[in-house]
Design a protein around this ligand. Structure first.
Ligand code: MIG
Length: 659
């Protein structure tokens, strides 16, 4: 059952697609008035949720903020990342879902100030609070997902392996990367283009020196079964000679300052303006621009810098420059002013909150009030446009900034991580939290984005990403190159990537069922083994679908690990794409060998796992008859394979085939 409690007058987010009657306040299980809510946590109660956030699957013991933030070097002590996902699932003796539908900044003190108390504080206190009661966590998630609408569905090829780098600088370099994969027999479906494919980093332009005859190049890659996936940034370069800029400027589509002038900010192209994605006309206009690339054969995009992230605000920067000049005639006042301005400028978030104004549904809002919706509405802009531009085709789309509601238009990557073992573990733990909130197409920058990776970290990361819908190797400019062929363990990495292609029938089916039914592809063990205290506390093992559990090695210099089995399972050891051994294990704790290159899948008793044959270098549609079925014991029910062409938009149960 879903109940809604309204406080004040919340700004619409379109996160929710069902209309729910308001319930009387006294039925709300939290104490509070809209500004602040309090709740006593029982000792055994687990708090799941918050989607893309730091720390554990169980969120207890920290303080989090819903403020979409570009946080490239986040550590355990960060309080917010790129997303604002305001959903919690409280699981103790009873189970309850809690969704705060508001773009306001929210502070979630989940047992930080006091271990036994959760208190939630809102900026202004205008919010729709949804409370979901249900039988068990799965039931609550299903209800929540019905409330927020069906998750985005990518084309099937987006489940292949992707290679990215900031940046491949030219078509030649892209060809070389593809060639190295193909020659070695390392499967590859996607090659990502970062900001250098553009002309001066301006959206919807091509650097034709580095990428001559772009359209023909896209076609050449497609013949080799490679989809080129360009990045799109949130800002439009200020350039009066450019029709795109002039049009948006004249039509008033840009974010404004207090005086109603376009706010000029600095991002990659230098001075640029943000389209006001909240404004329906501007949003539609921006979405139309993707046509520039879809017309050239592009069928996938990643939207970046849309929390939004800014380097400076032009006006502030000019003032600072003036102050620097006046530092010649030293006087204390000038210095104070300089210091203050400099501080202000370094607070990239602070300054935009009061400097930007948006037009949204006939009203003007300060940025602070709608900040959390910005990336969502940028990606919505693209998603809505694709329905018009390519009605027959699924387009790959994922975003960095996000908010619940955006899950209907695209996926997310988990933002800028670092080549740290700790981030491998953190990204792993985000999977179920993101799934709860409707974000199914997701994954981390495999190998780690910032900092130098190591060959074993990349391999272990691949061995986790082999299961995540988005499997993309990505690294930052200036860091060690990390295409798999750069390392002495290339053969092992290749093996893991090949295994990915054998797992595709399973991963795709689990994805599609999760999207169509509003369930989770990745679940914490506590969702399945709710009465098992040990299982409920596990943070480094996950269930995928109904059939399997994974327990990857996520520490350096380990050739195996302790694994907890809540029930009998069969450990299937793959070295590369070959099943090498299997062992039936009793419930309890076991030390399981998992040397580098070994991917272990734990198959539950009574379940079946479909596998594609070996040898594919890109995604293909296989006839069901070619699948192999691994099973453990007498099947308790058939496996539900989701079988479609990977491109149609007719989704539903009619695509289920029982195996
Ligand atoms: O300020 O486009 O998260 O994936 O490679 C950095 C360059 C901008 C941030 C993205 C990252 C991308 C990078 N971008």
């Amino acid at each position: 059952m879903i109940r809604k409690f309204r406080f004040g007058c919340p700004i619409e987010t379109d996160s929710v697609v069902l209309s729910v009657q308001e319930a009387p306040r006294e039925e709300l299980f939290l104490q509070g008035d809209g500004h602040r809510f309090q709740y006593s946590l029982a000792p055994e109660e687990i708090v799941y949720g918050l989607g893309e956030q730091v720390r554990g699957i169980n969120k207890r013991g920290w303080i989090y903020k819903s403020i979409t933030t570009d946080e490239p070097f986040h550590e355990e002590t960060a309080q917010s990342l790129y997303a604002a996902h305001n959903f919690l699932l409280l699981s103790g003796r009873e189970h309850r879902g809690l969704f705060l539908d508001t773009p306001e900044f929210i502070t979630w003190d989940i047992g930080y100030t006091r271990g036994d108390t959760m208190s939630i504080t809102l900026d202004k206190g205008n919010v729709d609070v949804y409370v979901i009661d249900g039988e068990d966590p799965d039931d609550i998630v299903r209800q929540f997902r019905r409330l927020i609408g069906r998750s985005y569905i990518p084309p099937k090829w987006a489940f292949g392996y992707g290679q990215c780098r900031w940046s491949y600088q030219s078509a030649e370099e892209v060809r070389e990367v593809v060639r190295r994969h193909r020659e070695a027999g390392t499967p590859l479906d996607m090659l990502y283009l970062d900001i250098d494919y553009m002309d001066g980093y301006a959206d919807f332009t091509i650097n034709t020196k580095a990428f001559p005859a772009f359209e023909a190049f896209v076609e050449e890659m497609r013949r080799d079964h490679i989809h080129l996936i360009p990045i799109i940034d949130a800002g439009i370069r200020v350039d009066p000679d450019n029709a795109l800029y002039s049009e948006a400027h004249e039509k008033g589509y840009f974010v404004k300052d207090e005086a109603g002038e376009d706010v000029v900010v600095g991002v990659w192209p230098g001075d640029c303006c943000f389209p006001d994605f909240l404004n329906d006309d501007a949003r539609r206009w921006f979405g139309e621009q993707y046509r520039f690339l879809t017309e050239k054969g592009i069928d996938g995009f990643w939207n970046d810098m849309n929390e939004p992230s800014v380097f400076y605000i032009r006006k502030e920067k000019d003032m600072l420059l003036k102050l620097i000049e006046s530092l010649d005639h030293v006087d204390d006042k000038v210095y104070d002013e300089f210091e203050q301005k400099q501080k202000q400028l370094l607070d990239r978030y602070g300054i935009m909150l009061d400097a930007f104004y948006h037009r949204y549904r006939g009203r003007t809002y300060k940025h602070r009030d709608v900040h959390n919706l910005f990336g969502y509405f940028m990606t919505r802009s693209a998603g809505e446009a694709f329905e018009r531009l390519e009605p027959e085709k699924r387009i790959l789309l994922f975003s960095r900034g996000s908010f619940i509601g955006m899950h209907r238009y695209g996926g997310v990557w988990q933002g800028d991580n670092n080549s740290w073992w700790d981030h491998l573990r953190m990204n792993f733990r985000m999977m179920p939290s993101l799934n709860m909130c409707g974000f199914l197409y997701t994954g981390a920058d495999c190998g780690g984005f910032s900092k130098d990776t190591t060959e074993d970290l990349l391999l272990r990361w691949l061995s986790v990403s082999v299961f995540t819908p988005l499997m993309r190797n990505h690294s930052a400019i200036g860091t060690r190159r990390q295409e798999v062929y750069r390392f002495s363990n290339e053969a092992l990495s290749r093996g893991v990537i090949k295994l990915r292609y054998r797992l595709l029938p399973y991963l795709y089916s689990e994805y599609m069922k999760a999207a169509v039914r509003g369930t989770m592809m990745f679940r914490p063990l506590g969702f399945v083994y709710g009465h098992d205290r040990i299982a409920r506390e596990i943070e480094d093992q996950l269930m995928i679908g109904e059939e399997i559990m994974i327990a990857p090695v996520m520490e350096q210099n380990r050739s195996g690990r302790m694994v907890y089995l809540p029930e009998r399972m069969r450990a299937l050891h793959f070295t590369g794409d070959k099943l090498c051994s299997s062992e039936d294990l009793e419930p309890g704790t076991h030390y399981v060998d998992m040397p580098l290159g070994d991917v272990c899948i734990f198959l539950r008793e009574g379940k079946k796992l479909p596998l594609a044959p070996e040898g594919f270098e890109y995604t293909v549609n296989l006839p069901v008859s070619e699948l192999e079925l691994l099973s453990f014991g007498e099947a308790d029910r058939p496996y539900e394979l989701y079988d479609d062409d990977g491109n149609t938009k007719e989704y539903g149960e009619e695509h289920i085939v029982l195996l």
